[in-house]
Write a protein that binds this ligand. Structure first.
Ligand SMILES: *[C@@H]1O[C@H](CO)[C@@H](O)[C@H](O)[C@H]1NC(C)=O
Ligand SMILES: *[C@@H]1O[C@H](CO)[C@@H](O)[C@H](O)[C@H]1NC(C)=O
Ligand SMILES: *[C@@H]1O[C@H](CO)[C@@H](O)[C@H](O)[C@H]1NC(C)=O
Ligand SMILES: *[C@@H]1O[C@H](CO)[C@@H](O)[C@H](O)[C@H]1NC(C)=O
Length: 296
């Protein structure tokens, strides 16, 4: 527990709130069906790429006039921002869509590209939507692009909060972000606040475990939460665990080294360690991610 507390505290202090006001991935759906999210924090081009990569995407490509206009319309408040274009040995490439060759869309400003060599990257001039070559070490905001397969589909779910639709388990999931120090009651209230019938994550099968594991893995990184609270508890403090919606615990992932004590609450880890570990219910002590779900 001490180790966990330490990690939790350490990661919180360096958490780069990349997306909006919380650690979150995904974003605004763009013209090509991919998802875009703004990184207002100025970084080098490779810094921008690693921010995007932590969320399983890349710095955005601009491969046609429409997506170019869409990108220039993002909320970035800076004269220039990074696109995903970089030069390697004289050749211009998009980080996620290959070489920029004859016939491909370009929107260079007059006199550009002014350098055709490794170490230069493509920046968008926001006011004119044109591109300029800049030294990749310059610090600029950027836009990440996440392929649809790594973002979400509203499907049958309420689009207002960007619920993820998972038809394989017929459920809507929402990553409600990281919360510093919550109790089990807090996470119940938190999920209710996202949707009337929503509850913290409830797992009845390997398939459901795999959905939430994927969401936890995509969220963590950049110092964002690595623990996520499960919606399982022992309401009568007698070792008879039930899920927050009252359903029976017919699938478990208890950590074999920590069999469930009475009256505990549990969390799962992002990135592989999917064992459920006990925690206090009154206050979890470290920042935790909350994933909410409901059946549409
Ligand atoms: C960009 O913004 C302009 C001005 O608000 C708007 O007319 C245009 O439709 C937008 N383009 C895209 C692709 O979002
Ligand atoms: C660039 O052009 C090539 C050759 O015409 C084409 O195969 C490729 O799909 C284009 N790339 C983009 C990103 O449009
Ligand atoms: C860089 O290459 C482009 C063609 O891809 C050319 O138009 C431009 O003049 C070159 N710039 C320099 C500085 O050589
Ligand atoms: C980019 O800028 C850095 C720092 O000023 C410099 O060391 C480096 O040589 C520049 N790279 C290129 C390709 O000009």
């Amino acid at each position: 527990m001490f180790k966990l507390y330490f990690y939790g505290a350490f990661f919180t202090s360096v958490c780069i709130r990349v997306f909006a006001d919380q650690c979150y991935y995904g974003g605004v759906k763009g013209p090509n069906g991919n998802y875009y999210n703004v990184n207002d924090n100025p970084t080098s081009w490779s810094g921008a790429e690693s921010v995007c990569y932590n969320h399983l995407g890349h710095v955005a490509s601009s491969t046609n006039a429409f997506s170019n206009a869409f990108l220039s319309n993002t909320s970035i408040d800076a004269a220039e921002f990074w696109l995903g274009g970089y030069n390697y040995n004289g050749v211009w490439n998009w980080r996620n869509s290959g070489i920029i060759q004859n016939g491909n869309y370009t929107n260079w400003a007059t006199g550009e590209p002014s350098h055709n060599q490794t170490g230069y990257c493509i920046a968008m001039i926001k006011a004119t939507r044109q591109w300029r070559v800049a030294n990749c070490t310059e610090k600029k905001p950027s836009v990440c692009e996440l392929p649809i397969s790594r973002a979400w589909d509203y499907g049958k779910c309420d689009p207002s909060l960007q619920w993820e639709w998972h038809p394989e388990v017929n459920k809507c999931y929402y990553n409600n972000g990281e919360h510093p120090d919550t109790s089990f009651e807090d996470i119940i209230e938190n999920c209710k606040g996202t949707y009337e019938t929503a509850v913290p994550m409830i797992i009845h099968s390997d398939q459901e475990m795999s959905v939430v594991q994927g969401m936890m893995d995509a969220f963590t990184g950049n110092g964002c939460a690595e623990r996520f609270m499960l919606g399982v508890h022992d309401p009568n403090n007698n070792g008879h665990y039930v899920w927050a919606d009252g359903s029976a615990v017919d699938y478990t992932g208890w950590n074999p080294n920590s069999p469930p004590p009475t009256g505990a609450c549990f969390f799962a880890f992002a990135r592989g360690e999917n064992e459920w570990n006990p925690s206090l219910c009154e206050a979890f002590g470290v920042p935790n991610g909350i994933i909410c779900q409901y059946t549409p």
